[in-house]
Design a protein around this ligand. Structure first.
Ligand SMILES: *[C@@H]1O[C@H](CO)[C@@H](O)[C@H](O)[C@H]1NC(C)=O
Ligand SMILES: *[C@@H]1O[C@H](CO)[C@@H](O)[C@H](O)[C@H]1NC(C)=O
Length: 306
């Protein structure tokens, strides 16, 4: 006899807002009648956290995994102990997506789904069929996604800057190497550093002058994840996406458009809780033919907005 369990959500996108009801069915497929000791549905949401090895504080090297932060945890009984007939049986369910209470420092409420490196925020429905004591329970899971309701569009915050050897912070290009950078002047413009997650980030970049040959102009999207608390924390910037804006020795004095579509799941609204922070930055990188790299950094604020 073979029995399989699966969860099917009515909403194809699997994207839900807090306060909505998740509607779906649990499908039991079996070649024969199934006796069971109860069918339960669990909804779990958690932020998994990890310190990097570069952490600042008193953590020892073996305790880099912090306890996950529980965001939501509810359970309902789908069916009491009984028998499910052979064939395909659909058991409908409705599960409210509601945080336990108003957000507080210890319980940040329902945060948006996010897949990072040191922080992951995930939501899962789990269905478990208990069976008589010699049989292991039969389980199945289904991930879904939480998004905030879009807020009003914020005012644009454009930035403009000139990048020259003089504007490059010491250290960026390696100590002492600033002297080796050829004279150059690059103009960059980002239409807004406050960005809606489902709209592209746009701007332009122009090489006004440069005495050396340029190999590449790049726009990088970076996440900055801070994890920890009073005892110590780690903060790491890792690249999410890198777009080549100009390839080869870019023609001087010509505007090149910047256009970056924020990848789903790997970005979320800029988030600050007592346990962790998720922030985002853009880097504009000029790579010279000798592989020398200079970058200019722009912190950005991501929002779920109209
Ligand atoms: C988050 O997910 C990524 C990819 O699945 C994984 O590499 C990373 O270790 C996870 N981090 C945490 C803190 O769970
Ligand atoms: C199935 O789910 C139950 C309840 O969540 C859990 O206790 C059990 O360990 C799970 N079993 C397997 C095989 O994953």
């Amino acid at each position: 006899m073979s029995t399989t369990l699966s969860i099917r959500l009515k909403r194809a996108s699997k994207i839900y807002h807090e306060g909505e009801i998740i509607v779906g069915v649990v499908v039991v497929e079996s070649s024969a009648d199934v006796r069971h000791e109860g069918l339960a549905l669990l909804l779990e949401g958690a932020a998994a956290l990890q310190l990097s090895n570069k952490n600042t504080g008193i953590f020892d090297a073996f305790s880099n995994n912090l306890k996950p932060i529980n965001l939501i945890n509810t359970a309902i009984e789908l069916a009491p102990a009984g028998k499910i007939p052979a064939g395909v049986t659909e058991i409908p369910f409705e599960m409210p997506l509601q945080a336990r209470g108003p957000p507080s420092p210890g319980c940040p409420g329902l945060l948006e789904t996010y897949h990072g490196v040191f922080v992951n925020i995930t939501y899962t429905l789990k269905c478990s069929m208990k069976r008589s004591f010699l049989n292991k329970p039969l389980n199945t899971t289904c991930q879904f996604f939480v998004q905030y309701r879009p807020q009003e569009a914020p005012p644009l915050k454009p930035v403009r800057c000139e990048i020259t050897p003089a504007t490059i912070r010491a250290g960026d290009a390696g100590a002492g190497s600033a002297r080796n950078i050829p004279p150059f002047q690059v103009y960059a413009e980002i239409d807004s550093t406050v960005c809606a997650l489902d709209k592209p980030i746009t701007g332009k970049i122009r090489v006004d002058s440069c005495s050396a040959r340029i190999k590449s102009l790049e726009l990088q999207l970076v996440r900055v994840e801070t994890v920890g608390g009073a005892e110590g924390y780690s903060r790491d910037a890792t690249e999410i996406q890198n777009i080549q804006v100009g390839c080869g020795d870019t023609r001087r004095a010509r505007d090149l458009p910047l256009h970056l579509v924020l990848p789903r799941l790997f970005t979320c609204p800029t988030t600050t809780t007592v346990y962790f922070k998720i922030e985002f930055e853009l880097n504009i990188a000029v790579i010279f033919e000798d592989d020398h790299l200079v970058t200019e950094n722009f912190p950005i604020l991501l929002l779920r907005s109209k």
